[in-house]
Design a protein around this ligand. Structure first.
Ligand code: PEP
Ligand code: MG
Length: 780
C-alpha cells in the first residue's frame, strides 16, 4: 500500500507517516471529525527512489562540503532534479489518484498537500525537510506537488542542516499528507480548558467563513466563554466586517465583506456550542490534556482541523507574568536614542549582576537580558570557530555569516553600530542579549576574560555576576501568557529579518509580519547577488529567495507577510564575496540602495519579482510586496511596471511602499494615486534623513530621536492623506516598539504597527490601552 488513510493511522505511526500525519490519524481514529485524507507514506517515497535506482546517486550527490556554497547549491539542484524528473510508476500514479478521487467522490476535491518528515531522532524534523505546503490543489497538480514535497528534503537548507547536525541523509524520510480542504461557513478556535488556570472553562472564538480570518487576526471574532460544568455561556458578539472565502473560479482564498445582516449577528447557535463542547471534552479526554483546537463548520457538520496541547497553563501554581502589566519604561526611548523597547529581562538568564562588578565598557543596550561568559574577540571570520556555547562574542560589527556563531553565544558586544544595525536586529530576533556601539570593546576586553553583559543597561561588567544558566527557550519566552490575545482594531505585527527567527516571531501571536527584510537572506549567502548568480545560476538565486520567504510565509500562513525587496547599502555588499565589484561610495546611506538600485539593476530586481511570482503560484497569497526608499510617484510607477512585466498583477496582489525619506512623505498623495495598497513608516531611515543623523554612527546616537516633532508631523500628515485615499498605514522601523510612538500612531489612526519580536506583547497591550481610552473619550 502506497497510501494509508487517516483512519488507519495512529500516534505511533510517526516513522511511516511523519508527525503531522500521525496526529491527524490519531484524531480520526479517536472518532473525531477530521476532514478525510490519506498519507503517501515514507516507505512509498523510499521505494520510489529505490525502484527508480536513483537512491545511490541521490545520496552521493548531496555528500559534499556544505560550507562550499557552490557545491551545496549544485548538490541541491542535482538531488531535486533527480526526484522531480523521475516519472511515477504507473501503479503508484493510479493508487494516489484513485485515493484522491475517493476524497471528492463525483466532484473534483480541493486538497491540501503537506510534507511530513519522519526522522524521529532529529531535534527538529521539520527542518530536515522544509515544511512544504500546497493549498487548493486539484488533480492536475497533485502528483507534481507530492514529488515537490519529496524534493523538499533536498533543499540547500535541509542538506546543510543535516550535514551540520551529523545526520545521515539516507536516514531521513518523508511522508506527504493529502487532505480535503474544508470550505467553511463558520470557523474558529477553542481552548478546551482555560489556558491560564486550567479550570474547566472553554473559550471559543468564532467568525464567518474560513478560519484564516480568525487565525490571522483579520477579523475580531465572537467570543464565547463556556463553563463546562453548568454549561453557562458568556457571549461577546463582535462586529465582523470581513470574512475569508474560497473563490469559486480560482480556488484561492479571498477576503469579502460580511453582509449587513450577518455583521453583528451571533455566529454560533446554542446547539453548535454544545457540539463544540462535546468535541472539546472528547479530545481533551483522549489526550488527557487541555487542547487548543482549530475547528470549522460546513453544512451543519463540525470538523476538527488541528489540535495541539495548550502550553500556557501555569502548572507551578505561581502567578505568571501579568500580560496587562507593561514592562516598558516609556521615558527610555525618548532620551537615549535607542530604538528598542527596554523590556524587562526574561528567562533564566535575567538576574541582576552583582554590584561588585566594575563597568569596563558601555554602549547601547540593544537586546535585553543579563548574561556572563568568557569574551571571544572575533576580528576576522576565521575566528568564528572559536566561539563556543556560552561565550560572549566581542567584535567590531557582526556580519551575516556570524549568525550560526551568534546562536551559540550567550551574548554579543560590538564596537560599532546603532540600534538598527545588523547585530542589534539579529540578536533581538534570536533572543540573545547584546550591546552595540561601545566604540572600544574589542580593544578593552581580552580574549577569554570573563565578563557580564547587561543588555538592558548597555553595560559590560568585570567578572561573572550571573551563573551559567539552564537553557532558556527563546520561542517560549515570547509566547503570550494570556489566553486570548488583546483584540485591537489596530493590527500588531512583527518584524523578521532572518528566516531562522520565524518560529519565534510567529509564537508571539502577532497579526502577521510587517517587515521581512530580503537583504538579510541575501547577505547570509555571503556573496553578492551577482557573484552568487555567476557561481551558481539565476535559478539557484531565485530558489534561495523563494525558500527563505516561504519558510516565513509558511510559519505565518494565512497571516500576511510583508516582504521588502532588496535594500542593502553598498558598504554591506562590499564585505561579501564579489564585493570588490560594488561601488565604493563616499556615503552609502545616501547612495546606491533600495528601489533606486533595483530600478537601475532591473535584471537583479527581476529575479526578486520572479521569486514573488513563484510564491504566488505556490499558493502563498499571504505574501505582500514592499518597495524600500522610494522618493516619488515616478519610482512607484516604474516598480509597478516591472512587477507587471514579471507576471504579477498589481491589482490582485497587495503591494506598497516604505515611507523613509521626507520626499516620500511629502509625495504621499501621488504615491496613493499610483495605486499602492499600503505605506509603511521606516522610521530608522526617516529619522536619519530628516534629522541628518547617521543611524549607524554611535557618536551622534543621542541625536537619533524618532519622536522629534518634525518626524511626527510628517507621519501624521501621511496617515491623514492615506486615510482619505483608503491606503493602509503601518510602521516597521524600531520606533514601532516604543510606547510613545505607539500612542501617537494609534491616536492618529494608523492601520497597523509592526514591532520587534520581544516587544509584540507589550505593544499589543499598549495599543489596546490607547484604543480603549479613545473609545471612552468619544462617549464621555
Ligand atoms: C527603516 O528604515 O525604518 C526600516 C525598517 O528599514 P531598515 O532598517 O532595514 O533600513
Ligand atoms: Mg530603511
Amino acid at each position: 500500500m502506497a497510501v494509508l488513510w487517516l483512519d488507519e493511522i495512529n500516534a505511533g505511526d510517526i516513522e511511516t507517516v511523519g508527525g503531522k500525519g500521525a496526529s491527524l490519524g490519531e484524531l480520526t481514529g479517536a472518532g473525531l471529525p477530521v476532514p478525510p485524507g490519506f498519507v503517501v507514506t515514507a516507505e512509498t517515497y523510499r521505494s520510489f527512489i529505490e525502484d527508480a535506482n536513483i537512491d545511490e546517486e541521490l545520496f552521493a550527490a548531496v555528500d559534499v562540503d556544505v560550507d562550499e556554497s557552490s557545491a551545496l547549491s549544485a548538490a541541491a539542484d542535482r538531488a531535486q532534479e533527480l526526484i522531480l524528473e523521475t516519472p511515477f510508476p504507473d501503479d503508484l500514479r493510479t493508487e494516489i489518484l484513485d485515493s484522491y478521487h475517493e476524497i471528492g467522490g463525483a466532484d473534483e476535491a480541493f486538497v491540501a498537500v503537506r510534507s511530513s518528515a519522519t526522522a524521529e531522532d532529529l531535534p527538529d524534523a521539520s527542518f530536515a525537510g522544509q515544511q512544504d505546503t500546497y493549498l487548493n490543489v486539484t488533480e492536475a497538480d497533485l502528483l507534481d506537488r507530492v514529488r515537490e514535497c519529496w524534493a523538499s528534503l533536498f533543499t540547500q537548507r535541509a542538506i546543510y542542516y543535516r550535514q551540520e547536525q551529523g545526520f545521515e541523509h539516507s536516514a531521513v524520510n518523508i511522508a506527504v499528507v493529502v487532505q480535503q480542504m474544508v470550505d467553511a461557513e463558520k470557523s474558529g478556535v477553542m481552548f478546551t480548558s482555560h489556558p491560564s488556570t486550567g479550570e474547566p472553562t472553554m473559550i471559543i472564538e468564532a467568525a464567518w467563513g474560513l478560519g484564516e480570518a480568525v487565525v490571522s487576526g483579520a477579523v475580531s471574532p465572537d467570543n464565547y466563554v463556556v463553563e463546562r460544568e453548568n454549561r453557562s455561556i458568556d457571549v461577546t458578539v463582535a462586529d465582523k466586517k470581513l470574512m475569508h472565502v474560497k473563490d469559486e473560479q480560482t480556488g484561492e482564498t479571498v477576503e469579502r465583506e460580511v453582509s449587513d445582516d450577518k455583521r453583528n449577528a451571533r455566529v454560533l447557535s446554542e446547539a453548535e456550542i454544545d457540539t463544540l463542547l462535546d468535541l472539546g471534552e472528547r479530545v481533551e479526554d483522549h489526550y488527557d490534556q487541555p487542547q487548543d483546537v482549530e475547528w470549522a463548520i460546513v453544512e451543519g457538520d463540525v470538523y476538527m482541523l488541528q489540535s495541539r496541547p495548550v502550553t500556557t497553563i501555569d502548572e507551578s501554581g505561581t502567578e505568571g507574568v501579568d500580560p496587562t502589566e507593561s514592562t516598558v519604561d516609556a521615558s527610555e526611548g525618548l532620551t537615549d536614542g535607542s530604538g528598542g523597547v527596554q523590556a524587562t529581562s526574561e528567562g533564566a538568564s535575567a538576574s541582576e549582576p552583582g554590584e561588585s562588578g566594575e563597568i569596563i565598557v558601555d554602549g547601547l543596550g540593544s537586546s535585553p537580558g543579563t548574561v556572563s561568559g568568557p569574551a571571544k574577540i572575533v576580528t576576522k571570520l576565521d575566528d568564528l570557530a572559536k566561539v563556543g556555547e556560552g561565550d560572549v562574542i566581542v567584535t567590531e560589527m557582526t556580519m551575516p555569516d556570524m549568525v550560526p556563531a551568534m546562536k551559540r553565544a550567550v551574548g554579543i558586544i560590538t564596537d560599532e553600530g546603532g540600534m538598527t544595525s545588523h547585530a542589534a536586529i539579529v540578536s533581538r530576533e534570536l533572543g540573545v542579549p547584546a550591546i552595540v556601539g561601545t566604540t572600544n570593546a574589542t580593544s578593552v576586553l581580552n580574549d577569554g576574560q570573563v565578563v557580564t553583559l547587561d543588555g538592558d543597561r548597555g553595560a559590560v561588567l568585570e567578572g561573572q555576576a550571573v551563573e551559567p544558566e539552564e537553557e532558556t527557550e527563546p520561542v517560549e519566552e515570547v509566547r503570550p501568557q494570556s489566553p486570548v490575545k488583546p483584540m485591537t482594531a489596530t493590527e500588531v505585527k512583527v518584524n523578521v529579518s532572518i528566516p531562522e527567527a520565524a518560529e519565534r516571531a510567529a509564537a508571539t501571536g502577532a497579526d502577521g509580519v510587517g517587515l521581512l527584510r530580503m537583504e538579510h537572506m541575501i547577505l547570509s549567502l555571503n556573496q553578492t547577488p551577482a557573484k552568487f548568480i555567476e557561481e551558481n545560476s539565476e535559478d539557484a538565486y531565485i530558489t534561495e529567495l523563494v525558500e527563505g520567504i516561504r519558510s516565513v510565509a509558511d510559519e505565518f500562513y494565512p497571516r500576511p507577510v510583508r516582504v521588502r525587496t532588496l535594500d542593502a547599502p553598498s558598504d554591506e555588499f562590499r564585505q561579501l564575496e564579489g564585493g570588490e565589484d560594488e561601488p565604493n561610495e563616499h556615503n552609502p546611506m545616501l547612495g546606491y540602495r533600495g528601489i533606486r538600485r533595483s530600478l537601475d539593476r532591473t535584471e537583479v530586481f527581476g529575479h526578486e519579482l520572479e521569486a514573488f511570482r513563484r510564491l504566488y503560484e505556490l499558493g502563498y497569497d499571504n505574501v505582500e510586496i514592499m518597495f524600500p526608499l522610494v522618493n516619488d510617484a515616478e519610482d512607484v510607477h516604474r516598480a509597478k511596471a516591472l512587477m507587471t512585466e514579471a507576471g504579477i498583477d498589481p491589482a490582485k496582489r497587495k503591494w506598497g511602499v516604505m515611507v523613509e525619506t521626507p520626499a516620500s512623505a511629502l509625495s504621499i498623495e501621488q504615491l496613493a494615486d499610483a495605486g499602492i495598497d499600503f505605506a509603511s513608516f521606516g522610521t530608522n531611515d526617516l529619522t536619519q534623513y530628516t534629522l541628518a543623523v547617521d543611524r549607524n554612527n554611535e557618536h551622534v546616537a543621542d541625536r537619533f530621536d524618532e519622536l522629534h516633532p518634525a518626524i511626527l508631523r510628517l507621519i501624521g500628515d501621511v496617515i491623514e492623506t492615506c486615510r482619505e485615499h483608503d491606503v493602509d498605514t503601518s510602521i516597521c522601523g524600531q520606533a514601532g516598539s516604543k510606547p510613545d510612538m505607539v500612542q501617537f500612531l494609534v491616536n492618529e489612526g494608523v492601520s497597523s504597527i509592526s514591532a520587534n519580536i520581544d516587544a509584540v506583547r507589550d505593544v499589543q497591550h499598549e495599543v489596546k490601552r490607547v484604543e480603549q481610552k479613545l473609545l471612552l473619550d468619544s462617549v464621555r
